[in-house]
Design a protein around this ligand. Structure first.
Ligand SMILES: Nc1ncnc2c1ncn2[C@@H]1O[C@H](COP(=O)(O)OP(=O)(O)OP(=O)(O)O)[C@@H](O)[C@H]1O
Ligand SMILES: [Mg+2]
Length: 326
């Protein structure tokens, strides 16, 4: 198979005062070219930090302490900053939830898309203008000429997200990392943007990483999934298998917690407790999910084995084969 991105044993640390806190621990996964990997888990589980660290967009107090990441065979962890900057936009790019802070409020959006093109090409003004409009048409922005002449606050959230996507795909990246790209949007706009991302992916063959805590979105968009909890991967494998038949108690609880949403009279399940803050997690031994797990075992303080199950998925759980039904 053709691996676009391979991440092996990634550890990310955050410096707080004089302490170095472990935020992400032993994360490994691979993404095939043209596939979409979903990354899910509750708030604070380390989804964003994993990818911000890999793309060196994280705050200066956050660093990769261990591990390797290869994008088309090039080491993202070992490349000097300048060489990584050269890959940004061309080999990979990122879009975020918050399109208003991702855009410069003082510049018209057409100019901002033009600047992205100017970084990577030596085209003349007319050609840049032509390509900006082409990109805005491509992301299905209505009246692109008029929209290009507007400031970010004059556009709707969905329109702004389309501009962000135009900037992200301007140089034809092989990998697009989308961190909660539709969370801030209403349901109809959300579906349109997800449909757009799917179409762009079909056209270009780019690989995608989609970070979302919305199980339905992951189900619709992704071939593979990574379920994170407390900075670790709890379960990973084919999205169909993992989401329809979860085998880790955390995945099962996450899916059950959304199963009844929107259905009248359906009891709402929540996972008891909350994700522990980073400081508290540092002292947890063994299973990080134990204090919230409904089937916690006695030996939860022992190191947790990573098991590979018969369908190829992996779970980090003491129970042999995980759970069948929860
Ligand atoms: N710059 C930072 N300084 C200190 N701690 C941070 C920083 N950024 C993130 N953290 C902490 O790291 C942990 C993981 O955060 P992260 O943003 O990756 O979570 P997430 O899974 O993306 O959550 P959400 O779904 O809310 O976006 C959290 O405990 C968070 O408080
Ligand atoms: Mg996040």
């Amino acid at each position: 198979m053709n691996k676009l991105l391979e991440v092996e044993n990634l550890h990310v640390h955050i410096r707080k005062g004089r302490r170095s806190l472990v935020a992400v621990e032993d994360v490994s996964f691979a993404l095939e070219a043209g596939h979409t990997l979903g990354v899910m888990g509750e708030s604070g589980c380390g989804k964003s930090i994993t990818f911000l660290a890999l793309t060196r967009l994280a705050a200066p107090n956050i660093r990769i302490a261990q591990g390797e990441a290869l994008l088309e065979g090039k080491s993202l962890t070992a490349l000097p900053d300048r060489e990584l900057d050269a890959l940004r936009g061309k080999a990979f790019s990122m879009i975020f939830q918050d399109s208003i802070s991702g855009l410069n409020p003082l510049l018209k959006v057409g100019r901002q898309v033009a600047e992205t093109l100017e970084i990577h090409t030596r085209l003349g003004r007319e050609e840049i203008r032509r390509q900006v409009l082409e990109l805005l048409v491509h992301v299905r922005l209505e009246d692109p000429e008029i929209a290009a002449d507007k400031y970010p606050h004059q556009l709707s959230g969905g329109q702004r997200q389309r501009v962000m996507i135009a900037m992200a795909i301007a140089s034809g990246p092989k990998l697009l990392i989308a961190d909660e790209p539709t969370t801030a949007l209403d349901v109809t706009t959300q579906l349109q943007i997800l449909g757009l991302l799917q179409d762009l992916q079909k056209e270009t063959g780019m690989g995608m990483i989609l970070i979302s805590h919305d199980v339905a979105v992951i189900r619709q968009m992704c071939q593979e999934v990574l379920v994170m909890y407390s900075g670790q991967v709890m379960e990973s494998g084919l999205a169909d298998r993992v989401l329809c038949h979860p085998r880790h108690p955390y995945t099962a609880a996450l899916i059950r917690s959304v199963a009844g949403v929107g259905q009248k009279g359906h009891p709402l399940h929540t996972i008891r407790g909350t994700v522990a803050p980073l400081e508290q997690r540092q002292t947890v031994e063994g299973c990080v999910f134990a204090d919230r797990c409904e089937v916690r075992c006695q030996w939860h303080r022992e190191p947790v084995p990573l098991q590979t199950l018969e369908d190829g998925r992996q779970i980090r759980c003491h129970r042999k084969g995980g759970v069948e039904h929860l």
